[in-house]
Design a protein around this ligand. Structure first.
Ligand code: SER
Length: 321
């Protein structure tokens, strides 16, 4: 029986991951961890246990792990890349200080730990196309620094203490549920909102800026399937390249125009986001994830676009956003 704690459960990934884990392992077995000011509401709050679990507060996390006999922690607390550049000290405090707290608790109380890494763990001198699983990782953003250090720390705790640490390098995640906020890949979500609202989308990245992306249902499968994988098959742990599509703004715009022919986009590059995007891979190679734990994404650009537009039309007409 799994008893799961999700830290950062009201964020972009956590809010959907929590419901997905509850439907899989039972509502009572998945504790939704939150911080003050980002409390859960609606189904997330009503469907099962919730506890304040600030990743920077080790004793608070340890108390929750003990209270619910937690055996698996999904550590989803982080600042996204552009926010991390604006608040580098806080990004380190949450991303690395927080991870250290979780790993120490996992070592003492014997939990498995999932922590997302990112395409942001690569930098300018990483091969840009079909970026290999094992390659140069010298990012120059604080987000990337915390992700690379987090990968190393995860592997250290596995090798040194036997903590079952696992991780994927998520690409940009596209979802119609929670807004990302502060990421370099956020445009790939915002563009759909603009299209459904009938607005001209002001794209913060230049045409031809390729990055990997993934639809949220595939991202949730990646996290859960990796944690379910047979450890004997894992050659790698922290962290696996995973991707569904390598795209740039014109491709997204064209995919939307298949459904909304008069959709308009203009370019208003944001220098911070553009510089970050330029330092990340164009496309990553996820062969190791496929071979070692059967990673197999279901959505491509076409099916993501169809589903996003359909879901956002329902959501925006209901909420009148
Ligand atoms: N979505 C993240 C960001 O843009 C990358 O992993 O910051």
């Amino acid at each position: 029986m799994k008893n799961i704690l999700i830290i950062g459960s009201t964020g972009q990934i956590g809010s959907e991951l929590a419901l997905c884990l509850r439907s899989r392992y039972g509502n009572e077995n998945v504790v939704v961890g939150y911080i003050k000011g980002a409390e859960p509401s609606g189904e997330l709050l009503e469907s099962g246990p919730a506890e304040e679990a600030d990743i920077t507060n080790a004793s608070q996390i340890a108390a929750t792990v003990k209270k619910y006999k937690i055996d698996t922690v999904y550590n989803m607390a982080a600042l996204l890349s552009a926010t991390a550049e604006a608040k580098p000290q806080m990004a380190w405090h949450i991303g690395l200080g927080g991870l250290f707290n979780v790993l120490e608790i996992a070592r003492e109380l014997k939990c498995a730990v999932f922590t997302p890494s990112s395409i942001g763990a690569f930098g300018h001198n990483t091969p840009k196309d079909k970026t290999p699983q094992d390659t140069v990782q010298r990012p120059q953003t604080m987000y990337g620094v915390t992700k690379v250090a987090g990968e190393l720390l995860g592997d250290y705790y596995f090798k040194r203490f036997g903590v079952d640490t696992r991780s994927v390098r998520f690409p940009g995640l596209i979802s119609h549920v929670a807004h990302p906020g502060g990421g370099t890949t956020d445009y790939a979500v915002e563009i759909y909102y603009a299209a459904v609202k009938g607005e001209t989308f002001k794209c913060p990245l230049q045409a031809g800026t390729f990055m990997d992306m993934m639809y949220m249902p595939d991202a949730l499968d990646a996290a859960i399937d990796l944690m379910e994988a047979n450890p004997d098959r894992l050659v790698h742990r922290n962290s696996f390249n995973v991707t569904s599509m390598s795209i740039e703004p014109e491709m997204l715009c064209s995919a939307i125009r298949e459904h909304i022919p008069d959709f308009k986009m203009e370019y208003c590059p944001d220098p911070v986001r553009q510089a970050i995007a330029d330092s990340w891979p164009n496309s990553i190679d996820d062969t190791c994830a496929k071979e070692e734990w059967g990673w197999n994404p279901k959505y491509n650009l076409k099916s993501t676009t169809e589903n996003m537009l359909e879901e956002l039309k329902k959501k925006l007409s209901v909420n009148g956003l």
